[in-house]
Structures are given as structure tokens and as C-alpha cells.
Write a protein that binds this ligand. Sequence first.
Ligand code: CP
Length: 361
Amino acid sequence: MTDSRALSDIGWDELQALDIADRAAFFNHSDGEHHVLMAQQFSRERMDAIGHLATCIRQIAKEEEGARFLQHLLWTKRTMLYFTQPSSRTFLSFSSACRIVGMDRGEVRDIAISSEVKGETREDSVRTFSSYYDMIIMRTEIGGFAERMAWLLAHAGRPVPIINAGSGSDQHPTQALLDIYTLQRSFEKRGGIDGKSTVFVGDLMRGRTVRSLAQLLSAYDDVRMIFVAPDKLQIREDILAMLRSANVPYELTDDFESTIAQADAIYMTRVQDEWDNTPGETGSIDISRFSFREEHLRVLSPDAVLMHPFPRRHEIEPQVDHDPRAVYWRQMRNGMWVRAALIAGLFGREQAILDYHDANV
Ligand code: CP
């Protein structure tokens, strides 16, 4: 049975003791999300709705009048971009998404220029942002911190929406949503995501995008996942347990080349050595077999797509970029539209956008 209590009515330890799907329900309301913290918040229907809204925004923004309409949606709102870990795409696409829907933006990207350098706690920093801003988008190296702050602000009586733009090595829900949108668009004329096989390659143990995307994909029918990694970087057991409970078939292997021809989507990732316990810990692992080379294009199905959340190192040769199946640059741009859709949804502007689209596009 769904817990009907509000986030402000539950203690932190009790919340954390819940199954993650039950925890996720505390961050939604009946029409959608109040915060965006974890992939478990999103049903298939909701992913379809977000994808449709992203497409509407993309199409509306093409015309100057449409762009002006979008910019008036949230012109009275302000957002804080609090990124204490490096980022290019997530930061810039969120910043651009805020601009698309007219939000003013503040940013802290380096705690050395905030009062944290004087000893202020992260919790006090975020609570301070909530005094000035209507939404906080945060990337942090601390797993679960965005969730903790959503809980804390609810108890502090200042429950501004929080968006998790990457937390620890556990979750990157907005990246997973833009990945789903990319797959929705790529397979639009092939029956959608249902029935498709995704091959995940690289550092799957610490790749938070893979963890969130596997969760979202498990909501689709007849999907299959193949996890290709060196033993030391293979996907963690909690994701496999989730797939078993969702009846999603999966395989684990370290033989990338044997999987290419079976793939509808290949999702490459880099080694996330920023999470090494000691510098260079994963440097001795031979990852040369876990890269996509130009010669692999001959084996890849003509209808398949090659994805990467980026940044990349050597996982995909640049010679592959010209191939129409290499969708990673489009995937990146999709992030801006999906993030604009999420923000509009958080502030209840979804219907206004759909109405404008129906009337004008
Ligand atoms: N995909 C992604 O999160 O990229 P950035 O680290 O550049 O934001």
C-alpha cells in the first residue's frame, strides 16, 4: 500500500529503511515530480509524457514567437546550479534549459568561492540557496545527498524542488531520461523501445548513468540487457537483483566483439577513475578491448544506435562520428530539451506547453 504521508512527516532513518521504490514515491505528487532525485520515480507513462513534452518544446522553440512564449513561462522563477563536481554537458544543458523556459540562474561551481571554505556545512549552503532560489539543481560527489537535502528542506519548511544532476556513483536520473528520449526518437519507426537489446560497455560498476538507465529501461516490455566489462568493473549486484525482480533477461560478459551484432543500442562508457580508492587503482586494467572501433561499424546492425553519455576518452574512435548510427552528439543536445521539459513539469507548466503546441505547431 502506498504511504500517504508527506516528506515532512517522515524521519530520515525511516525513509532510508524503505525499499527504494517506496522512497521514490515521497518525491512525486499525483501529477508528476516534486523533485527529480532517482530513476525509480519514473513510470513508463511518465517517460513517454516527458519525451512528448520535450519534443513539443523543441518544435515550439524553432519559431521566434514560440521561443518568446517559452521564455515567459517561468520568468518569475530563479534557479541555483550548485555543481561541486566537474561537468560540461549537464551544467550547460541545464543552464540552457533554464534559459529556454525563462528562468534566471545563479551558480556555485567551486566551493572555494562559497562560505563552505569558511567551514559552512553543505547542508547549510543548500538551505541558504533555498532562501533565494525557487529550485536547486545539484551535482555532488556524495551519494544520496540530493535526496537528503530534499528531505531536510521539507522539514525546514522551504521545500523547493531539487534536481539531482549526478550524485556519487549511484544515480544520474536526468542523463538516463535524456538517454531514454534518444532511444524513443531513434526507434520511433521501429516499434519504440519495447523488444530492444541494449549492450552496456565499460566501467559499469561506477557508471551512474548506466545504473539509472538500466532502471528506466526495465519499465519497457521484452527488453534485454548485456553488460560488457572487465571483471573488476562489472555492474553491481543491486542492479542485477532489480532486473531479476522485473523479469528482464540479462547477460554478463567481457567479450565485447561477440555482442555487437546482437545490439539495438550500444552504450559505451569511460573508466570512472575519479572514484578510485587510491590514485591509479584501475590504471592497470586493460580496457583496450572495451572500445568501439571503425571496423566494428561493419558488424553493427544498420538499425542500431551507438550512444555514450560523454565525456569520452578512447571508447569510441572519432572516425566513427560520421556514421548516422553514432547518435551521441544528438543525445547530448536532447539533454537540453528533456531538462527543459522536466523543469516546466516541476512548475506545473506542462499543459500550457501542450496547448500552445496543439494550437500553433
Ligand atoms: N554526461 C555527463 O554527465 O556529462 P558531464 O559530466 O560533462 O556533465
